[in-house]
Design a protein around this ligand. Structure first.
Ligand SMILES: Nc1nc2c(ncn2[C@@H]2O[C@H](COP(=O)(O)OP(=O)(O)OP(=O)(O)O)[C@@H](O)[C@H]2O)c(=O)[nH]1
Length: 478
């Protein structure tokens, strides 16, 4: 069983630099080798070997699961329409506004653009040896070792992962993440490359980078910080474009990781030997219910037992929608059949059920639609009170679900929740197809909350724990 929550736990070692080969060798060995052979094709061969081993490993995994029935990947239209459509949501001031103001971008299918074909990672571009090796690979076709696969292989290898110990799900996810962020990336990378790498930034370059980052919804404060930090470095050292981008990646990763500085639990794994309670909150339409379903699936398929409490009692359809996800993920859903029942009572029942079943995780769907901040605060406070009484030893996390396509507007909503609830993290949804992927950086910078999960699609597998390294690579790697 592949545990998504622990996948980088054992390889939390130092990340190997972008252009160095995988972890099978130490960094010193790699440096020596490079010195001996100059800018040899050794690293390309090693990456390719890594990718081929991983590919063979994944083929084995696929063969193993081929006989198992596949779970359907997306909610059917019937399931969605059964839930109806919400018309109102909470604004910064706590007032209700028409949902129409928050129309999300329709995710577009990733197209194979000529530009993408050029987006071969740097370590693959150095020689045509890759082609030769691909041809000689006995059981690996060129199509299978495609650009997304090679990019994913590099991302995993760069994190010190062993090719024998990667999962096909990881490759599938990384591909999805890269494609999902394609729009944001394409808007950023080429222009960025053309303005960095010519010494210190002049006024025009500063303005251009500013405009690029702001259009990706990175936010004003984070944009200023990024430009100042980059400028400082470029004044010290003349970096070529590739290295300037690598430095930019480091800056972004630092910003994304900053909220974790004082948090012990960096990986957000359900804690052992106790009940973990994750409260999910967020405005209607952000993807809260879908996130609960995906989290239940993620937790269960990673080996944790799970119960859902449908405490968004404001709307009967919300409870029904949660139940649909409960069925899909084979997770017990605790709900109160009455209309407008007390959410705290549902949480009480949820805790009892989770304890009785010795569950690892209780996912609580809380209401996102309340007339004002006061109501929201009262309701969440009541829920917390019940938890403190009924599940004294439980580990509680409070996550706000944010729709990335709303960019800065979503952030303002999150601020309302962060004032009302004692938030401990963020789930960023709908990163697929938006050009506003930079909002992740604004979230970390402005809310100072760690992003714990990201969603890049409507399918049940399309939500995974957040990795700042992978996110930044998907955002800024060609
Ligand atoms: N493209 C994409 N769509 C998503 C993602 N997450 C959720 N959605 C879609 O967003 C829509 C709203 O999701 P819900 O889970 O119903 O949102 P909610 O916050 O629970 O809102 P209510 O059900 O109205 O309370 C659904 O159509 C989901 O399929 C994502 O990561 N990517």
């Amino acid at each position: 069983m592949f545990n998504w929550f622990r996948r980088n736990k054992d390889s939390d070692k130092e990340q190997v630099k972008q252009d160095t080969p995988p972890a099978s060798e130490t960094q010193e060995e790699v440096v020596e080798e490079k010195q001996e052979e100059g800018e040899s094709s050794a690293s390309q061969e090693q990456y390719l070997e890594w990718a081929k081993t991983a590919f063979a490993n994944i083929q084995k995994q696929k063969a193993g699961v081929e006989t198992e029935p596949e779970e359907s990947q997306t909610v059917t239209e019937d399931e969605q329409s059964a839930t109806g459509q919400e018309e109102e949501t909470v604004t910064e001031s706590g007032e209700e506004t028409p949902q129409g103001e928050m129309v999300a971008e329709v995710p577009e299918e990733e197209e194979e653009t000529p530009e993408m074909e050029e987006n071969v990672p740097a370590w693959m571009q150095k020689s045509d040896r890759l082609e030769t090796l691909k041809e000689s690979a006995i059981d690996t076709t060129e199509e299978e070792l495609d650009e997304d696969f090679m990019w994913s292989a590099q991302v995993l290898a760069s994190q010190g992962r062993s090719a024998d110990d990667v999962s096909m799900e990881e490759f599938e996810w990384l591909k999805k993440l890269r494609q999902g962020l394609g729009k944001t990336r394409r808007n950023l990378i080429n222009q960025l490359k053309s303005v960095v790498g010519q010494g210190p930034l002049n006024d025009d370059a500063v303005m251009e980078i500013e405009a690029l980052l702001l259009s990706a919804d990175v936010g004003i404060e984070a944009t200023e910080y990024i430009i100042n930090t980059l400028q400082e470095k470029l004044r010290e050292e003349a970096l070529p474009p590739e290295e300037a981008i690598a430095y930019l990646k480091q800056i972004l990763q630092t910003l994304l990781d900053k909220p974790l500085e004082n948090i012990e639990d960096k990986t957000f794994e359900p804690q052992e030997g106790k009940l973990n309670i994750w409260l999910l909150t967020g405005v209607n339409g952000a993807g809260k219910t879908t996130t609960i379903g995906k989290l239940a699936h993620l937790a269960k398929s990673s080996g944790y037992s799970c119960v859902i409490a449908a405490a968004d009692t404001f709307r009967a359809a919300a409870v029904e929608q949660v139940k649909v996800w409960g069925e899909r993920t084979d997770t017990p859903v605790i709900a109160n059949p009455g209309k407008n029942t007390d959410p705290a009572a549902v949480v009480f029942d949820g805790i009892s059920a989770a304890i009785a079943r010795n569950a690892d995780l209780l996912l609580v769907d809380t209401a996102g639609r309340l007339q004002n901040k006061k109501n929201l605060m009262e309701e969440l406070a009541k829920i917390r009170l019940i938890i403190d009484k009924k599940a004294v030893d439980a580990h509680v996390e409070s996550l706000v679900v944010l729709d990335a396509t709303l960019g800065q507007n979503g952030l303002r909503q999150a601020q309302v929740f962060s004032e009302a609830a004692d938030l401990t993290g963020v789930v960023l949804t709908k990163l697929d197809g938006t050009a506003k992927g930079g909002v992740a950086i604004a979230v970390s910078q402005q809310l100072n909350l760690p992003i714990r999960f990201i969603g890049a699609g409507e399918g049940i597998e399309d939500l995974r724990p957040f990795s700042s390294f992978e996110f930044v690579e998907a955002l800024l790697s060609q």
